[in-house]
Design a protein around this ligand. Structure first.
Ligand code: OAD
Length: 238
């Protein structure tokens, strides 16, 4: 295995599946139980805010009980011990990467542990349930609080920084994501264009699997630590 200088890792719901958090598109996933238009769009929120609050309140509570698994822990170790740069871009709105110790991390779809005020745009740490009657801690407006998550039809966070990282990376890993949602699903093409080696680590082939130079199938808690060990061994032997 080559020694790489700049690694970008894209993660999705499959990474947190073994921590007990549901994926979206698996047979028992979240989108089998909810219509995304009701709970993950600005229009759904305007139509029925109570349903949206309850959807994220439940997921926030589940997320707070969950522990990072061996895959989160291996990625944090990679960032700590790898001699090159490691950036994690996650689509996940849980905080299991942080809990495992990752620091160079972009939450491109936001995070449930923050609220966002529609009146003043302030983000505030949020561990309690959100409800319509709450006042924003920054501007005191009532009824303006929503979870700081990116909904369908909204623009993901930090796309410029992600794009710069992709165009400068020499290894791109995609872990536990089905490749259905853009712009994340297009990152592999950007990394290839930059000349990076591209690897998919997933339970099963994703929508975009043919775009990857290398594919490793299996549960993240098994395949990610093994791959990280190989990367660390290659970096120290070279
Ligand atoms: P998906 O549910 O679409 O895909 C999860 C992927 O993880 C699937 O390909 C599974 O096969 C795989 N998987 C499941 N268990 C796994 C395991 N133990 N180890 C490895 N892989 C496993 O979730 P995402 O691709 O993350 O966005 O979904 C992307 C976005 O769509 C989410 O951020 C969310 C959703 O709608 C918004 O809500 C805006």
């Amino acid at each position: 295995m080559a020694a790489y200088q700049r690694i970008v890792v894209l993660t999705g719901a499959g990474l947190s599946a073994e921590s007990g958090l549901s994926t979206f598109r698996d047979a028992d996933g979240i989108w089998a139980r909810y219509d995304y238009r009701d709970v993950a769009t600005p229009e759904g929120f305007a139509r029925n805010p109570e349903l949206v609050y309850e959807f994220y309140n439940r997921r926030r509570r589940d997320g707070m009980k969950a522990q990072p698994n061996a895959a989160h822990i291996a990625l944090a170790k990679l960032e700590r011990e790898y001699p090159g740069e490691v950036l994690i871009v996650t689509q996940n709105v849980d905080t299991l990467h942080e809990a495992a110790g990752s620091r160079n991390l972009i939450h491109m779809h936001g995070q449930m542990a923050l609220s966002l005020c529609a009146a003043c745009d302030a983000r505030s740490p949020w561990v309690e349930d959100l409800s319509p009657d709450l006042a924003c801690p920054s501007c005191s407006t009532t009824g303006s609080m929503r979870p700081d998550v990116v909904w369908f039809g909204e623009i993901p966070y930090e796309l410029e920084r992600i794009s710069a990282a992709l165009s400068g990376c020499d290894l791109f890993l995609s872990i536990g994501t089905s490749g259905n949602v853009y712009p994340a699903a297009g990152f592999v093409a950007a990394a290839r264009e930059a000349g990076a080696h591209t690897v998919e680590l997933n339970l099963e082939p994703s929508e975009g699997t043919s775009l990857f130079a290398e594919r490793i199938e299996g549960p993240a808690s098994r395949v990610v630590p093994a791959y990280v060990d190989r990367l660390l061994a290659a970096a120290t032997s070279g």
